[in-house]
Design a protein around this ligand. Structure first.
Ligand SMILES: Cc1cc2nc3c(=O)[nH]c(=O)nc-3n(C[C@H](O)[C@H](O)[C@H](O)COP(=O)(O)O)c2cc1C
Length: 394
């Protein structure tokens, strides 16, 4: 585990919104990630989530307006916290915070907080869009408070609109971004991830076992460090919270999407496992097995997306390729740097145990065009963090 993700001290404020039913799952995620969680509940919040559940999951008492242990709780808790997360945040508490009220333990703690404060408003769409709430949000943002806008969708009240609190794992992403060093703020990062599908007929395709995990880890790590991130993903699920995700199927679709986004990017990470070949003659109807004991497919080469990005590369842009190899891993990778005009290649031994496709672990050798090679082993998310530190250092 990287230290930025481990053993963090998170103060969680819960207010009286219906989305509080999701908060026990968030507390579980926080403690599972190796961080500690202290909880403050408003009086109204207790109607929506049971304090005993939260105490069990956090392993600590829950603080409310009646709690006192001989020390002033709002000062003690805010001195302890590295991040203060208010989720869900009602329109009522949002208004109080915006106006500096401190009429309960939670709002008093916000006033006393010197750590980053993250507010996750959740309410009916009309309440959210009301001029009063908009003005309160703008006030808080202008003071540097991080207000994470809710998403649109079906709301618990039966309406639909903007007002849904993000899911617990998405709130975790927000917390980690707030806690992480922001040394990529202002940078644009384009990542390709996952396999491609090269269709033979409407129901069959040629592909590879890539799950997109390494690309997703590179994307998420850059986002935690403050970058704006776009992911061009083959047909796999990508947790794209906070990022833009463009889904494509074939290598030619991916090339198109890369061309469209290339000039925007300061860093381009080519982590997708792009199919080198496609069938020469795609069958527009399902091919029949009857009468064909054997089947010969004629394949033609797909475009080389990394080489094309290398050809179009603008000055100052950093282009990083991946080489998934099974033999002579680093030698094979090294030849691609010059041929494709890359700045760096990440050689990935996909045949090694606990490494490569689908695994949460990996072993990658970073080979720069010039300079020291470095091998990273471990969880993909930790490797991604280490690779970014090297890339940023230049
Ligand atoms: C069933 C029910 C659901 C509610 N859901 C929300 C909600 O999602 N968001 C919100 O801002 N207020 C909601 N309210 C209103 C708040 O509970 C109310 O404003 C309360 O005073 C908030 O107190 P607090 O901000 O101190 O927690 C709801 C009220 C009820 C009765």
């Amino acid at each position: 585990m990287t230290d930025w993700k481990h053993g963090r001290r998170i103060l969680l404020g819960i207010t009286g919104g219906i989305a509080a039913y999701k908060i026990p799952a968030l507390v579980r995620l926080i403690t599972k990630s190796g961080s500690e969680c202290e909880i403050i509940m408003t009086r109204s919040a207790k109607n929506f989530a049971a304090p005993m559940t939260l105490e069990t999951l956090s392993g600590r008492r829950v603080w409310d307006d009646d709690s006192f242990d001989g020390r002033i709780p709002h000062i003690k808790l805010t001195h302890w916290a590295e991040a203060f997360v208010i989720a869900p945040c009602t329109a009522n508490t949002l208004a109080k915070i915006a106006h500096g009220l401190s009429d309960n333990l939670l709002t008093s703690a916000v006033l006393a907080a010197t750590c980053p404060v993250l507010i996750f408003p959740a309410m009916n769409g009309a309440m959210y869009d009301s001029p009063a709430t908009r003005s309160n949000i703008n006030t808080l943002k202008s003071r540097g408070v991080k207000v994470i806008e809710p998403s649109e969708g079906a709301l618990a009240c039966g309406d639909s609109g903007r007002g849904r609190m993000p899911e617990p794992h998405e709130i975790m992403h927000g917390i980690f971004r707030a806690l992480c060093v922001q040394d990529m703020a202002g940078k644009n990062v384009l990542v390709t991830a996952g396999p491609t599908h090269e269709y033979i007929d409407p129901v069959r395709y040629i592909s590879n076992p890539s799950t997109g995990k390494m690309g997703a880890a590179m994307a998420r790590s850059a986002w935690y460090r403050g970058a704006d991130v776009r992911v061009i993903a083959g047909p796999v699920d990508v947790d794209g919270y906070g990022m833009e995700v463009v889904h494509v199927k074939s290598a030619r679709d991916m090339l198109e999407a890369v061309r469209e986004n290339l000039s925007w990017a300061d860093y381009v990470i080519k982590a997708a496992a792009v199919g080198d070949y496609r069938v020469k003659d795609f069958s527009p109807v399902k091919m029949k097995r009857e009468g064909t004991d054997t089947l010969t497919l004629k394949l033609v080469q797909n475009p080389d997306i990394a080489a094309e990005a290398g050809r179009l590369k603008r000055p100052g842009q950093i282009l990083v390729g991946f080489a998934a190899e099974t033999d002579n891993v680093t030698d094979n990778a090294r030849t691609k740097i010059i041929r494709k005009n890359l700045d760096c290649i990440l050689a990935n031994d996909v045949a090694a145990e606990n490494s490569g496709f689908a695994s949460d672990m990996n072993t990658i050798t970073l080979i720069p065009r010039e300079g020291r090679e470095e091998t990273f082993s471990g969880l993909k998310e930790d490797i991604a963090f280490g690779i970014w530190s090297r890339l940023i250092a230049g």
